[in-house]
Design a protein around this ligand. Structure first.
Ligand code: FES
Length: 152
């Protein structure tokens, strides 16, 4: 049985019908075709699926879509301002904060939350906050440099 769901995704109001067991991640990727948000582990271990829900970062694979009635979701696709990249996206490009790029959308969504929530005070603080976002290429040093650049 499908359940009605109203929510805002990247500034757009949507009215949908979803299966109760659909995760927020699958709703974004499969129903809305927003494939910037990645599925790595699908059980809360890698951070590739990180999005913002009412401004807070969330692992979208761990959350059912129907839990988000009336909420505002921001994905990597909603971060840029038209053609203008978000400052964190610019900083990742400038500092080579990736290699294969698969974890990058999740890294950037966490990084934006890191600075916004005031957890970018020191390298240690950044690494602690970002520890739920795994990068198998090991781009951590450059990711930290990008975050430090944005917060300064
Ligand atoms: Fe959600 Fe890995 S896909 S944490």
């Amino acid at each position: 049985e499908q359940i009605p769901l109203s929510l805002k995704v990247n500034g757009k109001k949507l009215k949908l019908k979803v299966e109760p067991r659909t995760t927020l991640l699958d709703l974004l990727r499969e129903n809305l075709n927003l494939t910037g948000t990645k599925k790595g582990c699908d059980y809360g271990q890698c951070g590739a699926c990180t999005v913002h829900v009412d401004g807070q970062r969330v692992n979208s694979c761990l959350s059912f879509a129907v839990m988000h009635e009336g909420q505002e979701i921001t994905t990597i696709e909603g971060l840029a301002d038209g053609d203008k990249l978000h400052p964190m996206q610019e900083a990742f490009v400038k500092h080579d904060g990736f290699q294969c790029g698969y974890c990058t959308p999740g890294q950037i969504m966490s990084a934006v939350a890191c600075v916004r929530e005031g957890h970018a005070g020191s390298e240690g603080e950044i690494r602690e906050y970002m520890s739920g976002n795994i990068c198998r290429c090991g781009a951590y040093t450059n990711i930290v440099a990008a975050i430090q650049d944005v917060k300064s």
